[in-house]
Design a binder for this molecule. Structure first.
Ligand SMILES: N[C@@H](CCO)C(=O)O
Length: 323
């Protein structure tokens, strides 16, 4: 039985000016009891959740006893993006996804850390993919609150490429008769690479069905997500990815990032076709020009965006410099 904790907020107003009368933020704690050790906050990706460690933990290779984010040393806090449906009540689902932006989730998480958990500062904030975008937004909102900001397979903004793909996802979600299933097929192609699929399938076929194995694999992922995720959650996550932008209402990236005191670490994957590495190389160059403390690492992999869930050994080498 998972120990899912929660914090209820009243009268939250999103950046679109919409008042949400009551909202539940759920989270899990791992490792040392709160108040006895430095805190590491870990933000999940698109279809992830607060189960970051332990059995079925989506980053169990990185977080746990004697892992690089060692739960014998740290308290790990992992939130669920509200509306992701993970162990949620029906009333906690968010159906009006267009009222939300990534910055709203960031504000909620910061409120939960400060007001609910009573933390005066946080040692490290780590975010993967969408969770990395939310981590950028959290740091921009609370620029001297986090000592280490660790961005993995993400960006501080949704690029035109991401926004275009989000539109395609939205259209599939609206128009398909199997919306979640079909949206996942396209998403999986964004998360992998031609080389990764070639290595895995080599154009082989599955004889009884006559399908190419790449087709069976994509359809399997569609079915799998259909069973474990909800349509309203998927629509919300798609909207959140599209709205990542710490420069919004702040003038520019430089102005948004100027007050951030955290040491920044950015990890990209050289073959990521979704949050492409060149964007992060440019971000790092700009941060260095500003004199910001920043480290940059690239995972070498053929697997593309999903390499942050696959290339554990390389990630460990980078993360161990922080943890
Ligand atoms: N495989 C990841 C990719 C998005 O970062 C997910 O489904 O959440």
């Amino acid at each position: 039985m998972l120990d899912i904790l929660h914090y209820d907020l009243l009268d939250f107003v999103t950046s679109y000016g919409v008042r949400i009368p009551s909202l539940r933020v759920t989270y899990q704690l791992f490792g040392k009891p709160l108040g006895t050790a430095p805190v590491v906050v870990v933000n999940h990706a698109f279809t992830g959740n607060s189960q970051v460690a332990g059995e079925n933990g989506w980053w169990a290779e990185a977080i746990g006893a004697a892992k690089v984010i060692n739960t014998d040393t740290y308290t790990v806090v992992a939130f669920n993006i509200p509306g992701n449906g993970f162990h949620a009540r029906e009333e906690d689902m968010i159906t009006n996804y267009q009222h939300w932006a990534a910055v709203d989730v960031a504000r909620l998480f910061n409120i939960a850390l400060k007001e609910h958990l009573g933390l005066n500062s946080v040692f490290a904030l780590v975010g993967c993919s969408l969770g990395g975008g939310i981590a950028w937004e959290m740091a921009a909102l609370a620029p001297d609150y986090f000592q280490q900001l660790v961005i993995v397979a993400a960006d501080w903004k949704a690029t035109d490429w991401i926004i275009g793909n989000c539109l395609l996802q939205e259209q599939i979600l609206k128009n398909s008769t199997h919306p979640l299933h079909d949206a996942r097929l396209h998403a999986m192609l964004c998360y992998r690479t031609p080389q990764s699929l070639k290595m895995k399938f080599e154009r082989t076929t599955h004889l009884p069905t006559q399908l190419y194995n790449v087709e069976s694999w994509l359809l399997h992922h569609g079915e799998k997500l259909n069973k474990r995720f909800s349509l309203s959650a998927y629509k919300l996550m798609n909207q959140l990815v599209k709205t990542i932008d710490i420069s919004k209402d702040r003038g520019s990236f430089a102005e948004a990032v100027a007050p951030i005191t955290a040491h920044i670490t950015i990890v990209s994957t050289d073959s990521d076709l979704y949050f492409v590495p060149q964007e992060n190389r440019d971000t790092v160059a700009e941060l260095r020009e500003m004199g910001k403390p920043v480290d940059y690492y690239e995972i070498h992999s053929i697997h593309g965006h999903d390499a942050f869930l696959i290339e554990h050994k390389q990630l460990e080498q980078f993360l161990k410099k922080i943890f």
